[in-house]
Design a protein around this ligand. Sequence first.
Ligand SMILES: NC(=O)c1ccc[n+]([C@@H]2O[C@H](COP(=O)([O-])OP(=O)(O)OC[C@H]3O[C@@H](n4cnc5c(N)ncnc54)[C@H](O)[C@@H]3O)[C@@H](O)[C@H]2O)c1
Length: 304
Amino acid sequence: MTHIHFDPSLLESLNDKVVVLTGGATGIGRSCIQQLCENGAKVIFGDVAEAPSREIECRLSPNAQFFKCDSANYSDQLNLFKTAFQKHGRVDIVIANAGIAIHKDPFDPNADINEAPSMKEVEVNTIGALFTARIGMHYLRRSGGGDLVLVSSIAGFKECGGLVAYTASKHGVVGIMRGLHLTATPENIRVNVICPWMTKTRLVRGIEKGWYEKGLPANEPEDVARSILICATANRGQSGKTHGGARLPFAGKILWVAGGESYEIEDGIQSLEPKWLGDKNSQVLKQGQEYLASAGTSWDESKL
Ligand SMILES: NC(=O)c1ccc[n+]([C@@H]2O[C@H](COP(=O)([O-])OP(=O)(O)OC[C@H]3O[C@@H](n4cnc5c(N)ncnc54)[C@H](O)[C@@H]3O)[C@@H](O)[C@H]2O)c1
């Protein structure tokens, strides 16, 4: 684990950058838009919640522009990106933030087994993030490269009692980063993922009281927004300048955000692999995975 110390001077690099963000109406996304605009970025954001989105757009116009977009709908997301590209001629940073948590537990022993459970968490959190990543990669390529930041959760790498579908959906978001970053980095696109722990937004209202009684750490939405900006700016400093503790290239990283601080954990997970998998297994696995990620290798038999 590496504690990443935010260097505010890197925010200068956001000036005039074009950012597409999903889920900007409230909470973390809203705070992220605010911080981006304060630093001169132009943000085109999507959300399903129209009233709070229009309020942000009015307040931060012309730097923030709202486009109604359901992240689970592919053509909505295509139109969100098209709007950004048509208006600004490029896209530099993409942030897949939209997410939901359904607190009715489909694994509750008293739940009606004949009633199909909602899979909306998977549709918005995982499929929505895959859509953002796919379309985002297209526009980042057209702009010569950039940053893709995915918002997962503590539930993206840890057990998380009572939230089975949410946990599965957020593991999927970490999977998008792991599936994409090796081939994206040579295209000058850095893919990183943040995994916030408890953050004071409407998502956590049910557990807030007990959490504070136990004295457990919590993030403000602004802290998590800052962590997103760490990922979006780490590679943009002059002469290799970056945030304290960050290892360049800052790509394929996981930032765990807890108690307002950001910690990089993926490098530690990878470096400890021979310990938990065994030296021999780890070596042969490395060879196989390098082959899969190398140029010219394809799963598509029609390319043989
Ligand atoms: N609050 C936490 O403790 C916490 C912890 C870990 C991860 N996260 C993640 O952070 C992200 C932001 O959540 P938040 O805590 O700010 O909560 P939030 O509910 O305030 O923000 C989520 C935003 O996504 C939007 N949204 C929901 N469904 C959408 C859809 N189908 N299409 C487009 N937009 C949609 C909402 O309208 C809202 O603006 C989510 O991905 C969430 O899973 C939150």
